[in-house]
Design a protein around this ligand. Structure first.
Ligand code: FAD
Length: 139
């Protein structure tokens, strides 16, 4: 069964672009092996990640990720069966810190600060759909 899982968390300490690059490299290697696709964003000091793939593999990966000491306050925001993947071309994509993406964050925010912890499932789905259509990506 194909599922999609979305969670948010906060870096445990100051997170550098190199730290993020290291996680992306590991993710791309591991996720490709188990057929998990998705995206990892670090926006305003909050991680937002969407994972897609086989239910067993996504569950296993999520439990490994939440045990990682590099982040804290993990919150499962959405978990659902899906008919097809949204992110077919990335083993784990990441967003570029550009103005175009900031406009997308603003569009789906209740306030000036982007806060995925407070977003509904419906808003999250619309947000990720727009990121895929109009977002600018690093990888
Ligand atoms: P390796 O890079 O070989 O790491 C080996 C061990 O060292 C792991 O236990 C790791 O947790 C630990 N480690 C490595 N670097 C550090 C560090 N700087 N500080 C503390 N501990 C460290 N992994 C995926 O496979 N796919 C994902 O999509 C994914 N997304 C992630 C998203 C976030 C926000 C975070 C924080 C981590 C994510 N990870 C992801 C990493 C995951 O938590 C595991 O670290 C990784 O999957 C372990 O795989 P490995 O043994 O091949 O990694």
């Amino acid at each position: 069964m194909l599922v999609q899982l979305t969670y948010a968390s906060r870096p445990s300490s100051v997170f550098t672009p190199d730290d993020l690059a290291s996680i992306l490299t590991t993710s791309q290697r591991n996720n490709a092996r188990v057929g998990v696709t998705g995206v990892l964003c670090l926006i305003n000091g909050i991680f937002l990640q969407q994972l897609e793939g086989d239910r067993t593999e996504v569950n296993r990966l999520y439990h490994r990720i939440v045990a990682d000491p590099r982040h804290r306050d993990p919150a499962l925001l959405d978990f659902a069966e899906i008919i097809g993947r949204r992110f077919t071309s990335w083993d784990m994509g990441s967003l570029a810190p550009v103005a175009a993406n900031r406009q997308i964050f603003h569009k789906y925010s209740r306030s000036t600060a982007f806060d995925p912890y407070s977003m509904s499932s419906v808003t999250l789905q619309a947000f990720f759909a727009e990121l895929l259509a109009n977002g600018e990506w690093i990888a």
